[in-house]
Design a protein around this ligand. Structure first.
Ligand code: SF4
Length: 384
């Protein structure tokens, strides 16, 4: 059974509504649970409730402890590298949406190499290639060419692009892609078509199944998430927890990371329907940590520097740094439209220095894919 078949949006919606009436007793019972056991979804919901907000300090302490036990005081840094902003889709919240009057650009592979080399010069060893959806200018052949080129420069290459078929993911993995990031945006199948009104991204179910297809193709890291601001955030976080647990159980060869990006201003002037406050975002990060103790939690430069510094202590394990959301934005800034506005403009070195002040170590390289030959030799050594 796929996650699309297993996921019950109506039951999740009911749970999200019930938490409006959670009591302090429910929350204390959820906080008192043994952290080594999987937290039931009803307890996760209780911790997301309005009644849990006054207990944020206690929640934060539990989340902090859980993170330190599992991950230590390290934060993996990565940089997004935008390949293209040419898009055939209409997504009402996005600055690259079809029909918006922005400067469109798709980088050639040589330009991608220049961008990646600049990032590598700043110490980055983990790059996420990001692109809009365009079957012609951002074809699978183009993506594999970009992945292979960047793989010569850094040790980790991820892809955040259109939802693909398993065979296309396989081609990307064979070219050197280590991980796939693909946010469902909203897990609410009724809300989804209101925000995705044109292009291939309209297909909710095809998108929902993409992380499983990526895992079947051999992607070692899966990044999933919900875009906060589109709908009821409690529903979205409950759905995200279910999705992450499903992937951890069924795609166990892959590490699962989760993310909860908030909508930022973009060229389309979209206004979030259900804004999420800083305190609510902190509550979400804490609950994700306790509900998903083994998952990486990713935080982007959408958030302000001071807030990012604070959230590090609660459960974040991966952060972007020194980012640009514009194709060519590192080497030739200003020549194309950006996807959305960024808040944290610090360089990777500044982010690393601040993490050190907070007692954390910035990790630029935490992944190296071995070819089959050394792995086979290692197996022989172990057997001997
Ligand atoms: S969210 Fe992605 S698919 Fe939708 S308009 Fe933006 S770039 Fe295109």
């Amino acid at each position: 059974m796929t996650f699309a078949e297993a996921f019950d949006p109506a039951a999740t919606r009911r749970l999200a509504e019930q938490v409006q009436h959670a009591s302090e007793g429910h929350i204390r019972a959820a906080l008192g649970r043994d952290g080594r056991e999987l937290m039931p979804l009803a307890s996760v919901a209780a911790l997301l409730s309005p009644a849990a907000a006054p207990l944020l300090e206690e929640l934060a302490l539990r989340a902090h402890r859980s993170t330190i036990e599992r991950f230590g005081k390290t934060i993996a840094l990565f940089a997004p590298l935008y390949l293209s902003n040419d898009c055939v889709c209409t997504c009402t919240y996005c600055g690259f949406s079809r029909g918006l009057n922005i400067r469109r650009r798709t980088l050639g592979p040589d330009e991608v190499v220049r961008e990646a080399s600049l990032l590598a010069g700043q110490g980055m060893r983990s790059i996420l290639l990001v692109s809009s959806e365009h079957p012609k200018s951002v074809s699978v052949g183009y993506l594999t060419e970009c992945v292979a080129a960047v793989k010569h420069i850094v040790s980790y290459v991820g892809l955040e692009v259109a939802a693909l078929e398993t065979s296309d993911y396989k081609a990307c993995v064979e070219a050197g892609c280590d991980g796939i990031v693909l946010y469902q945006e909203t897990y609410d199948p009724q809300l989804y078509p209101r925000y995705h009104t044109g292009g291939p991204k309209k297909n909710y179910t095809f998108r929902l199944g993409a992380p499983e297809r990526a895992a079947a193709a051999g992607a070692r890291h899966l990044g999933i998430g919900a875009l906060l601001g589109l709908g009821d955030w409690r529903f979205e976080v409950l759905a995200l927890v279910q999705h992450a647990r499903y992937l951890a159980a069924h795609c166990w060869r892959s590490q699962v990371n989760v993310s909860v990006p908030r909508i930022n201003p973009s060229a389309g002037g979209f206004v979030p329907q259900v804004p999420v406050s800083d305190a609510e975002l902190a509550q979400i990060v804490c609950v994700l940590r306790l509900a998903l103790p083994a998952a990486g939690i990713v935080l982007s430069t959408r958030e302000r520097a001071v807030l990012r510094d604070g959230l590090v202590r609660l459960g974040i394990t991966h952060m972007s740094a020194g980012s640009s959301t514009e194709p060519g934005g590192y080497t030739t800034p200003g020549e194309a439209g950006e996807q959305f506005h960024l808040e944290d403009r610090r360089s990777p070195a500044q982010v690393a220095a601040r993490l050190a002040e907070l007692g954390y170590e910035a990790v630029f390289k935490d992944w190296e894919r071995l070819s089959d030959a050394p792995a086979a030799r290692l197996q022989e050594t172990v057997r001997a």
